[in-house]
Design a protein around this ligand. Structure first.
Ligand SMILES: Nc1ncnc2c1ncn2[C@@H]1O[C@H](COP(=O)(O)OP(=O)(O)O)[C@@H](O)[C@H]1O
Ligand SMILES: [Mg+2]
Length: 216
């Protein structure tokens, strides 16, 4: 079983959006996935309530309970745990980082977000875990997403080649407890998340089914 923690000090960076979409992508590729929400705001939990009983299973509790929840997921046969966290770089985020095989740091392509990302990268280093930043909510027009990637690479920060753009399907789908892949299966948002999931799966050594590779 692999664990991916989604961490960023910034509220609104896209932690919950990426966490729920990646969890659905993992389930769609046949990997039993548990999404653990340790943000007291409980956004992933709210999404799960809206969703009803559909997979992925979503557990929520205080960050202190994270090791116990991960153990519970392992015993239940999960292949992947995704942890959605609160917007900070404190003890709770460190607990999540320590429990993870990979730390995913969503980052909007703004100067302030690009500057704030260092705290999350430092946290990954303290936890001795690999990190990858993901540019999220990049404008569809223009070069802002690529420019933000270049900025992070210049700071020696690992950054995914997959840029997630600002797309209505990412927010609209949540209203009905769906993910973009379910809301608009052939849309661009669905494609971006599938590609991002493949990139992250490769980084943690999760098997990627052939059907994902051909975009099925
Ligand atoms: N790529 C995106 N495209 C469109 N809306 C997005 C995108 N990423 C995030 N959002 C929206 O931005 C807001 C904040 O995102 P959220 O995932 O809740 O951030 P966080 O969990 O880091 O606080 C939400 O309303 C969400 O729907
Ligand atoms: Mg959130």
């Amino acid at each position: 079983m692999k664990t991916i923690a989604v961490i960023s000090q910034k509220g609104g960076a896209g932690k919950t959006t990426l966490a729920v979409h990646l969890a659905v992508a993992a389930e769609q590729s046949g990997i039993p996935t548990v999404l653990i929400d340790v943000d007291p705001q409980g956004s992933s939990r709210v999404w799960a309530e809206q969703r009803g009983g559909n997979v992925p299973e979503v557990l929520s509790d205080h960050a202190k309970q994270l090791p116990a929840l991960i153990e519970k997921a392992r015993k239940a046969g999960a292949g992947l745990v995704i942890v959605d966290t609160a917007p900070n770089a404190d003890q709770a985020a460190l607990t999540a980082a320590r429990a993870a095989d990979l730390i995913v740091i969503p980052c909007r392509p703004s100067l302030y977000d690009l500057a704030a990302i260092v705290a999350s990268v430092d946290l990954s280093a303290i936890a001795k875990k690999q990190h990858v930043a993901v540019i999220n909510a990049a404008p569809v027009q223009g070069d802002m997403g690529q420019d933000a990637r270049t900025n992070l690479i210049g700071q020696s920060i690992n950054v995914s080649p997959i840029i997630v753009h600002q797309r209505a399907a990412f927010s609209n789908s949540a209203l009905t407890g769906q993910a973009a892949q379910e809301y608009e299966a052939r849309g661009k948002a669905a494609t971006e998340i599938r590609e991002l999931f493949m990139d992250l799966a490769g980084r943690v050594g999760l098997p990627i089914p052939e059907m994902m590779k051909v975009g099925g």
